[in-house]
Ligand binder design. Structure first.
Ligand SMILES: Nc1ncnc2c1ncn2[C@@H]1O[C@H](COP(=O)(O)OP(=O)(O)O)[C@@H](O)[C@H]1O
Ligand SMILES: [Mg+2]
Length: 230
């Protein structure tokens, strides 16, 4: 990779949970560097802490110890309100289940982040239509989530993730709920966005086909992360 910008640097991430059975140390010192334009896949057994790690890297959860710098901001030095604003401007998530609002059309769902960021409504609408076009859904903008297939719903979630031009998109098992054909089409979309827009992705996945498309695969096990060789 030539002269790529370091966009995320995580150092010494620990995350412990207090449970009935005592303290559970899920992450035990994770260090990570992500460069502009990379797709990085995180694999590992179920329960190894992939979602926990993604939530911390994306500022949805705070680590017990350690730091994350994203776009040169020390993420966890921000208070909750600052962090929420920073997240809205900088980070997007795609989850296994699309988390679209059922009462709103595809277009309205995609517009939502722009609306929350109080951007101009007309600009947001134009952008949302463009994003829906990019994910191949220009014929479905007025459909509600319940009127779309699982694969189409995930595409709306991708369009929504793109609208604020995030530095990084975190995807947690994005194709975990899709059949093989729909999964492959979503993987093509992700790969295409990476190639054409240099969109950076960090993806936790069980799907080997998706992991293999990443520039780097990391394996999380025993609370630590290491490069995974195919
Ligand atoms: N809020 C929580 N309280 C207690 N334990 C948790 C909490 N969140 C996650 N865990 C535990 O942390 C471990 C890692 O979970 P998770 O990050 O969801 O793993 P993965 O995404 O790799 O399947 C699991 O054992 C899970 O039960
Ligand atoms: Mg998970």
């Amino acid at each position: 990779m030539r002269d790529k910008r370091l966009v995320l640097k995580a150092e010494g991430i620990w995350r412990s949970f207090q449970t009935g059975a005592g303290t559970l140390d899920v992450l035990k010192g994770v260090d990570l560097e992500i460069y502009q334009g990379e797709v990085v896949a995180i694999v590992g057994p179920s329960g190894s802490g992939k979602s926990t790690l993604l939530n911390i890297l994306g500022g949805l959860d705070r680590p017990s110890q350690g730091s994350v710098r994203l776009d040169s901001i020390d993420v966890f030095s921000l208070n909750d309100k600052e962090l929420a604003g920073f997240r809205n401007r900088t980070i997007s998530f795609i989850f296994q289940f699309h988390h679209l609002l059922p009462e709103f059309s595809a277009l309205e769902n995609v517009m939502l982040p722009g609306y929350i960021a109080r951007e101009n409504l007309k600009t947001t609408k134009d952008k949302a239509l463009k994003m829906l076009d990019e994910v191949g859904l220009s014929e479905r903008v007025e459909h509600k989530p319940g009127e779309l297939s699982g694969g189409e719903q995930q595409r709306v979630a991708v369009a929504r993730a793109l609208i604020n031009e995030p530095t990084i998109i975190f995807a947690d098992e994005p194709s975990g709920n899709l059949d093989k054909n729909m999964a492959e089409s979503l993987h093509n979309l992700i790969t295409g966005l990476n190639r054409n827009k240099e969109q950076t992705f960090i993806i936790a996945t069980h799907n080997f086909e998706l992991a293999q498309r990443a520039q780097r695969i990391l394996r999380l096990e025993g609370g630590k992360i290491e490069p995974y060789k195919i």
